[in-house]
Structures are given as structure tokens and as C-alpha cells.
Design a protein. Sequence first.
Length: 524
Amino acid sequence: MENVQSRWNGWGLPGHNDPLATNEPAWRWLAQAFAMPALLATPARELPDNALPPSQLGLANRERLIALLGTASVRQGDLERVRHAAGRGLVDLLRLRAGDLSTAPDAVLYPRTETEVAALLKLSADADIAVIPFGGGTADIVVLRGSHSAVVAVNLSALNRIKSVDTISGLAEVEAGITGPELERQLRTHGMMLGHRPDDFEFSTLGGWIAHPSAGQEAARYGAVTEWLAGVRVSTPQGALTPTGLPDLSRLMLGSRGALGVITAATIRIRAHPEKEEHRAYLFPDFASGLALLREAQRIGLPHAFLRLSDDGQTRLFHALNQAGDDPTFIRRLFDIYLRIRRFDGAAARLVAGFSGSESEVTLSRKRFDRLAKRLGTVSLGPDEQWGGRRYASFYRRDTLLDRGVGMDRLELWANWSRLPSVYVGMRAALKQAMRSHAPRPGAHGLVLCDVGPSQTDGATLTFTWLFPRILDDSVKQAENIRHMALAATQSATVTSSLAREALIGVKCAVDPRGILNPGIALH
């Protein structure tokens, strides 16, 4: 099954219906929250209205690629090229929506085997063709033109099979182009599962999870990749990288974004599929109480599948915007009444807990968790069966917000428990200041939301999401400036040592001397 983004200027498949799109009271509430008079419709430009740069792939090189991969695997149609012109980061989407297709590759290649990947990399190096690996296309993509004869995107969606499963050892060897849902489906036939479900799970790929920039930040631990990744296979213009030659190959490839090689397969740690999964929601009087529960649950080893804590801002926004068709001001009043009855106020934080295992294991884990939560002052809101759907629809919601002049961006970072509160406070302050400094009118501002999870014994991942009214004639620069200020606030926690950077550059020179692998990516 071919794994490509069907929408060329948005997230996922076309036709997704977000109830927020027609919920005018919610838009009025959001405009008031931004201190804006209104939020106007800002639809994306259609593809026929945009000019696509001509392909720079010469006839001779095109014929060589066709001889290697076959005619059907070398594509140069307009829709195919624009669909691979950018990732699905906010800045990428803003450029596409404005009609900027300058980053469209000259061709899109669909290798079917690891052997074909290795061969096309060697051919590309010989012909000085830049290669941009494209898994699910969910991360930012940088296309650097002018320094090579042509640029091609390599779509790995045909590498989507599980090659072997060892249920006794709990290991599976899997091709890197497989998406999250397809990986789960194939593992389920063996009675097994991985359990890794990032927020872009629907369309992201196994190779993308490993090469994603957040995976490369030692502090970010993108979904704790190192907990389930046992090994990788990587193709480069100089041949395959092997664990024998580079014992720490898996860690080297974390966050590499294809600049050190194309990840073609991985060995992953798997476990038996549980008999039952259950999600439950809890409400805490404040964010600090929720953090205390996360820490204590990890300290005592309380069994759970996952814990995800939303701060007060995200908790309130959830109740305001996720009740399509109702008046959000009325919903907010009901929510406030509920909080007052429970002796909570607007600082309340919401947590979703997942439990899995046998029927008795789930019941026992939930009861232990309920006792701990009650001791820390929480209120149980009962089962939350819609958690998964809401979580994976968040990127679709970003498109809805963009259609009404609202930007939505996000950043993940990791902090140990002692530093986490100060990191949280510092990042919120930096983002609020950044959005005030880059607002479409004086006094306008944005909203900063945060959730915490997954967590480990020593710390947890924080995911910051920020929403802001766009400067409609300069949205790209505005989004870049806000993100730059956010990254600057995390610099001390994520900067790579000069020695490590020199080591990465040394590996890059050895495996890619012509610099064809994702040349727009800076190694850090």
C-alpha cells in the first residue's frame, strides 16, 4: 500500500470534517482570547493557481533512474512533486498555502527494496543528485537548490513489511517505510505490539520516528525511542552502515533526518498485545498536583500504559473548543460551576491515564492509580474512550485553525523532575513574549499550552503547543521568529557539544563525501 500524504498543502487525507470549522461561537471565543476583533477566513491557494518550477532532472539521469527502478517508480507529475515539496511543519504549510512551491523536488522515486535504495544512492552520488528521504513526510523538510544537478525525493512507502518476528525474544525486524497503523496491524497478526504512538502516528513511519529531529535531542527522548529501538540498517552512497563498523549506530541515527544515510529497516523490541486497554480521565486542582502524581507513579513503579497531563491552559481550551455546535461561553460557565463545586478553580489540570493487560491486571492497576490520585486531591472523570481520536486529530485541527488566520506550532523537550517546573515556567514566558512581539496588532497575543508525557523515573517529555493570530501578509516570517525564540529558550538543554558535532561531521564526510544526503540539514 502506498504511503503518501494525499493532501499537498495540509495534513493527512482530504475530506476530514472538523466540527470546529463551523462553530462560530468557538471562533468568537478564540478571537477574544487573542485580543483580536475577529478571525477572518484565510483559505489556502489551490494548486492550479501556483507555478511549479520546471524539473532540473536531465534526460540522461532520468533514463538511468528508470532503468534502475522502473518507469512507475520515477514520477514527475505536478501533484506528485508538490506533495513532496515540504513536510508538515507549520512553516512548511504556510509556504505551501501561500503558493510557494520552490522547494518541489525534480522527481519522486519509489524504491521497492533495500537493494534499490543502495543502488539509487550510488547513482545519485555519481550524478551529483541531492536525495531527500521522505517517510511519512510529517517532519519539516529542507530542500537546498543550486548546489547539485537535481533534487529527488525518495519515498520509502513500498518498504512497509515486517521481515521477521521473534516472539520468544520480543524482537521484530521491520522495513522503515511502514506507518504506525500498518505496523500495528501486521504485529497484531502475531499477537504482538510495539506500543509507541506519537501524535502523528497515523502517517508517520518507523524510519521517521528514528530520524525525527526530536529523537536526536538527548534531552527530548522522542517517545523514548531508545527504549524500543534495538538496531537499524542504513544505506549510504558509500555502502551500508553496519553495527560492526559503528557499534552505536542506532544512537547515531537518532534525529539524523537522512543526512547520514537512509534508514531502510530497524529491529524493534515488541511485547504481547494486551487483552484489554482502558483510558480514564482525571482532574487535578492544579498542574503541580498532576506532576506530583506523575513522579510518584514512576517512583513506585505503578503499572500503566501511559500518562498524559495537560496544564490549565490546555485543559480549558479543550473544554472551550471541543464542544462543537454549542456556545463555548455556556460550556465554560458549566465547567466553572463544576470546578467550584469540586473546590477547583481555573488552574485545574486534566490527566489521561492508560492501562493495559488482562482484565484483572487493568482493574488492579486502575484501582491502585485511583487510590494514589485521590490521595493527591484529584477527581476521577471516568472512562475517556475518545482520547485516541482527539489526540490524532490535533494536526487536522491545525489546518482548520490556519483556514481562519490562526497559527499552531509545537515543540518537544525533555527535563528531569528537578528542572521540569523551571523549564515549564521559562518556556511559557518565552513563548508568550515571542507572540506578543510578533502580533498582527498592538495588544494581541497568543495562547501557550503544555502537556507532559511520556515520563520516566528521572524526568518527562514536555510538549508545548502555541496558538497565535497570524500576520496575514507575513505569516512565514512571524512563525519562524516565534519558533526561533522558543528554540533559543531551550538552547542550554539541547545544544550538542562541539566534540559530538565534529564526530557527526566526520561520519558525514566518510559516508557522503559528495554531500548529496539531505544537504539542507545542519548536523547538530
